[in-house]
Design a protein around this ligand. Structure first.
Ligand SMILES: [Fe+2]
Length: 257
């Protein structure tokens, strides 16, 4: 299975250059000889919780020639994103147990996709609650076939070395990493965004966690003393391809010219 991975669109109608970058990346994805089975967009579709921005964002995303799934980022108010999906992408997986949270299981592929909604208003590090964790455990353990699992969650739940992003480290990361580690037999990959560049590490020393590139701007993630974001709008555009076969994962970075 081939999962294409983009993130952090931060769509706003006034940012014409950002919209053009997204169109350019989608055109490259659509033209790749290796077809995506699924495209995942790991949060921050719009900028600063603007509900009215989803129409323009989904208008561009509708040009993807492969099915896609999204999750909430810290800029996507959950209820607004869910309403927008009902309107613009009615085939998208539905919230599993709480209509106000975009937690879902997508089981129509050889790999089970679990989407997690960590949105909390004005909190960069987001939040997963005890109910979310109980649901996640169930979604992982109701798997008698031991199907490989990919989890989508917006935040990167390990330290990055970036002063700016590590200041967002949230208390829920520990329990999340613990649950992932306990299910390392089936969880093959955790895909996230938020960092705007691609960073990878191993949760529990076993399960890869990989952040996808922002379609719009980059960030200097390796400056330990930085407290403000650094929007690098000149970074070359790129997306990731995750190939999962026989429970083995290979991840590729594809630059877009
Ligand atoms: Fe974010």
């Amino acid at each position: 299975m081939y999962i294409y991975h983009i993130s952090d669109i931060h769509y706003q109608p006034s940012d014409v250059e950002g919209a053009n970058k997204l169109k350019h990346i989608i055109s490259a994805i659509n033209g790749n000889a290796t077809r995506p089975d699924l495209v995942v967009i790991t949060g921050d579709l719009v900028w600063k919780e603007h509900q009215e921005y989803y129409a323009g964002c989904f208008d561009i995303l509708s040009t993807l020639s492969a099915p896609y799934v999204v999750i909430s980022g810290n800029h996507d108010r959950s209820a607004d994103l869910i309403s927008a999906l009902w309107q613009y992408v009615p085939s998208h997986p539905q919230p599993a147990y709480n209509l106000a949270k975009l937690n879902y299981v997508e089981d129509n592929f050889p790999v089970r996709i679990i989407g997690l909604d960590s949105f909390k208003h004005n909190v960069g590090g987001g939040e997963l609650t005890a109910k979310d964790f109980a649901w996640l455990r169930h979604a992982l353990e109701d798997n008698s076939e031991c199907k490989p699992v990919v989890i989508l969650v917006h935040q990167y739940t390990l330290p990055t070395g970036s002063g700016f992003f590590d200041a967002h480290q949230a208390s829920w990361y520990k329990e999340f990493n613990q649950i992932v580690s306990e299910h390392a037999d089936t969880v093959k990959l955790v895909l996230c965004g938020h960092l705007h560049n691609s960073v990878s590490s191993l949760i529990g020393g076993i399960v890869p966690i990989i952040s996808g590139f922002s379609t719009n701007w980059g960030e200097d993630v390796l400056e330990p003393n930085k407290t403000e974001p650094n929007r690098d709008t000149l970074r070359p555009l790129a997306y990731l391809i995750h190939r999962i076969e026989g429970g083995k994962v290979s991840s590729y970075t594809v630059t877009v010219r």
